[in-house]
Design a protein around this ligand. Structure first.
Ligand code: CA
Length: 233
């Protein structure tokens, strides 16, 4: 694993915090804990963690408060780990700057995959001239996209969406984040427009919804370029 990444767990439930800490430590991470929002803010400043695992229901403030506060100063990745499973809470956390959202109860393997992904993301795989992912390749110079060596013909908008997701691989991009980046402004039909474009992209890629596809549909929340692909067929 190389140098040990520092992870701050912000969680008031001692049992959950201890389970998460053990899981992370046995996977080679160095772990700190904070119980409250205020403490978490101080620890973020003094320890500068590589990643934060954030509960939303904290005794002194909502986790969203912490998120908004640190986003003024830090770009470190934050994974929200919450019992709140509705779309509204996910979208709010992601729009406030969370990199990912995991719902309690969570599976260890899935959680660790999200942690790896968020850390990779933070290290910035700034795309060079090319993006490669398990048979999907994007040539940024010529603006050409290939799936298993077959060129895929996308519209400008479709291309821009794919590139945005590729540049943020592993991270859920909410509808409003994508709309802002691709169209610059939201309007009433924006989400519908995005969904239509996305359906076209997935059809052109030959994808079916599900875990084995390049683009994962986070229902009611947004889309994510899948960076833990094992097999596509
Ligand atoms: Ca809590």
């Amino acid at each position: 694993m190389g140098s040990r990444n520092k992870i701050l767990i912000v969680e008031d439930d001692e049992n959950i915090a201890s389970v998460v800490q053990t899981l992370l430590e046995t996977n080679g991470y160095q772990v700190f804990q904070a119980r409250k929002c205020k403490e978490a803010l101080m620890m973020t400043t003094s320890y500068v963690p590589d990643l934060v695992v954030l509960d939303l229901g904290l005794p002194d403030a909502d986790g969203i408060t912490y998120l908004k506060e640190i986003r003024h100063h830090f770009s470190l990745p934050v994974i929200v780990l919450s019992a709140r499973s509705n779309e509204h809470d996910k979208v709010e956390a992601l729009d406030a700057g969370a990199n990912d959202y995991v719902t309690k109860p969570f599976g260890a393997a899935e959680f660790l995959a999200r942690v790896r992904s968020a850390l990779r993301n933070a290290k910035g795989h700034v795309p060079g001239k090319k993006f490669e992912l398990n048979g999907l390749s994007i040539d940024f110079d010529s603006r050409k996209i290939y799936v298993r060596e077959t060129q895929i013909h996308l519209t400008q908008t479709e291309y821009n969406i794919v590139v945005l997701l590729a540049q943020n691989i592993g991270k859920v991009m909410t509808y409003s984040q994508i709309i802002k980046e691709v169209w610059g402004y939201p309007d009433d039909g924006s989400i519908k427009k995005l969904q239509v474009n996305m359906a076209n992209i997935r059809r052109k890629f030959g994808e079916k919804p599900g875990k084995g596809s390049y683009i994962i549909n986070e229902l009611g929340v947004g889309y994510r370029m899948n960076d833990e692909l094992t097999d596509i067929s």
